[in-house]
Design a protein around this ligand. Structure first.
Ligand SMILES: Nc1ncnc2c1ncn2[C@@H]1O[C@H](COP(=O)(O)OP(=O)(O)O)[C@@H](O)[C@H]1O
Ligand SMILES: [Mg+2]
Length: 496
């Protein structure tokens, strides 16, 4: 095998549908006839796009997402910097783009893609994404909050108590209200009966929940809950819908970002059937600025990400992490990623040098001097290795990437408004609904509760249980049993 390119190019001829990444560079010259590509089949074996800021990671993501949509595969993009909203708008033909396209053998035509714009809890331009506290469940919430094992099991007891007593946990104030009830005078007996939840731990939980709400989680928890199946849609003309999650300012709220994404993956995992190795993925996620997912996350949370990544593959879902260096990704996750597109790395500081060395050591054997190559790649070039159609790693290939056909900048606000106005999802999700749930039920009970001497036999919870509001709630929210079973399935992430 040599860097002369013949063997390398041969390693990129596959059976079946592919995503064209670009063309091989041989001794600094692009060989427009030597296409470098990923088999569509390999996309559900996950991947990594890495490189320093400004080296072309997001454009690589865009090039892949465009072709997936065109092949009828729905895509989800986490748009941290706002530039991915450009997917909705046809790109601009300028001499640079024309030169790049010609050099890599790409017939470039401008194109916009069928986008939906989402926003976490309605912060930013998009259809608000929300989830209920109950569907989040205590396990995931504990991981997000970085709780200890004892605190986690205490939180589990709070959920159990709420389920048993028909107190729906829809938003964070519901959860806070139930904890407050349990540690208050009226909840004394129930707290004792629960066993295992100390007042002190309850106090910690309350403080953690308040801090979490301050990160913006308050707007995110509630109804109507987002149906993750919406992400799996194609358009009438057979293109995959591109769901773009707009995340302005998420740098300051990484816990919210990562918890929401984990919820979404867990929910999909729950709902999708086991399919084994498909010829084409059902959905592909691109997590741009993925270091935000892992930054400051607890060990338990990192483990559950690794497990999710491993397990969701068999459901036909592919995940691509896009970040500065492979070091940003925990090694258990890194080991699950079949394809790698590595853009230029810096080597200014001793830390950079260490990261570079670590990166080089993870590549298969190659004739390239990777340490040299990785620090000298031009913008929009990368070192690529993917899984072949037979599932084996391809030769390492110095690649010049194709140019995106959609806009390499944010879409105009008017374009985004148009997309939102035309969306069928707006009617379903735009308006938050605050149904009567634990908070209102407990607050109402405290106001209306008769003095103890008048009605000493009924406990506060019994009164809630008997209320007509509660009875109508059990009909709409579903049975306690159903909810506990659903959570049991989500707990698969904990057990494995
Ligand atoms: N594949 C590409 N085609 C055309 N231009 C590119 C490509 N990759 C990078 N560029 C140019 O480099 C700039 C930075 O790329 P970008 O993907 O935003 O970097 P990163 O995400 O790594 O910070 C883009 O705005 C664009 O001008
Ligand atoms: Mg970027």
């Amino acid at each position: 095998m040599g860097t002369d390119g013949v063997d390398v190019a041969a390693g990129y001829r596959f059976e079946g549908a592919v995503l064209e990444l670009g063309a091989l560079v041989v001794g600094g010259m692009v060989d427009s006839g030597a296409g470098i590509r990923v088999p569509l089949k390999a996309v559900s074996r996950h991947g990594l796009v890495a490189g320093a800021t400004g080296t072309g990671k997001t454009k690589t993501l865009q090039v892949m997402a465009e072709q997936l949509s065109e092949l009828g595969v729905p895509v989800f993009l986490a748009d941290v910097k706002g530039d991915l909203s450009g997917m909705a708008t046809p790109g601009v033909d300028d001499p640079k783009v024309a030169e790049r396209a010609a050099s890599v053998g790409q017939e470039w035509r401008p194109a916009g893609f069928p986008c939906e714009f989402f926003a976490l809890g309605g912060v930013g331009d998009g259809i608000p994404l929300r989830a209920t506290v109950t569907s989040f469940g205590p396990t995931l919430l504990a991981k997000v909050l970085g709780l200890t094992a004892v605190q986690e099991s205490s939180l589990g007891l709070v959920f159990h108590f709420a389920d048993q007593n028909g107190l729906p946990l829809l938003d964070l104030k519901d959860l806070r209200a139930v904890i407050q009830f349990l540690v208050g005078d009226e909840g004394k007996e129930q707290l004792k009966a629960l066993g295992g939840l100390s007042k002190q731990t309850a106090g910690v939980l309350l403080r953690q929940l308040i801090a979490f709400a301050d990160q913006g989680a308050d707007q995110f928890f509630g109804e109507p809950e987002f149906e993750t199946a919406e992400l799996l849609r194609t358009t009438p003309d057979g293109r995959g819908v591109v769901s773009v999650l707009e995340l302005p300012g998420v740098q300051d709220r990484p816990a919210l970002f990562s918890s929401f994404l984990m919820w979404m993956l867990a929910d999909l995992f729950n709902d999708l059937p086991e399919v084994g190795d498909l010829d084409r993925p059902k959905l592909v996620f691109f997590f741009d600025e993925a270091h935000l997912l892992f930054r400051g996350a607890s060990k338990a949370f990192l483990e559950s990400i690794a497990q999710t990544v491993r397990l969701i593959r068999s459901k036909g879902v592919g995940i691509f992490f896009v970040t500065q260096t492979p070091k940003d990704v925990p090694s258990e996750v890194l080991a699950q990623l079949g394809s790698r597109v590595q853009h230029a790395l810096r080597a200014h500081t001793p830390d950079d040098a260490k990261a570079l060395k670590a990166t080089v050591s993870t590549y298969p054997k190659t004739d390239y001097d990777l340490g040299e190559l990785l620090t000298s790649l031009a913008t929009g070039e990368a070192v690529v290795t993917v899984l072949s159609d037979k599932g084996v790693p391809t030769p390492v290939a110095w690649t010049r990437l194709r140019a995106p056909r959609s806009l390499m900048a944010p879409s105009d606000p008017a374009v985004m408004r148009g997309v939102l106005d035309a969306s069928l999802l707006t009617a379903r999700y735009a308006q938050a609904v605050d149904r009567e749930s634990a908070y209102e039920m407990l607050a109402g009970r405290m106001e209306k509760a008769p003095a103890p001497e008048e009605k000493p036999q009924a406990s506060a919870v019994e009164q809630v249980l008997k209320s007509s509001a509660f009875r109508s709630m059990t009909r709409t929210v579903g049975t306690t049993l159903g909810r506990e079973i659903a959570r049991g399935v989500l707990n698969v992430f904990k057990r494995r």
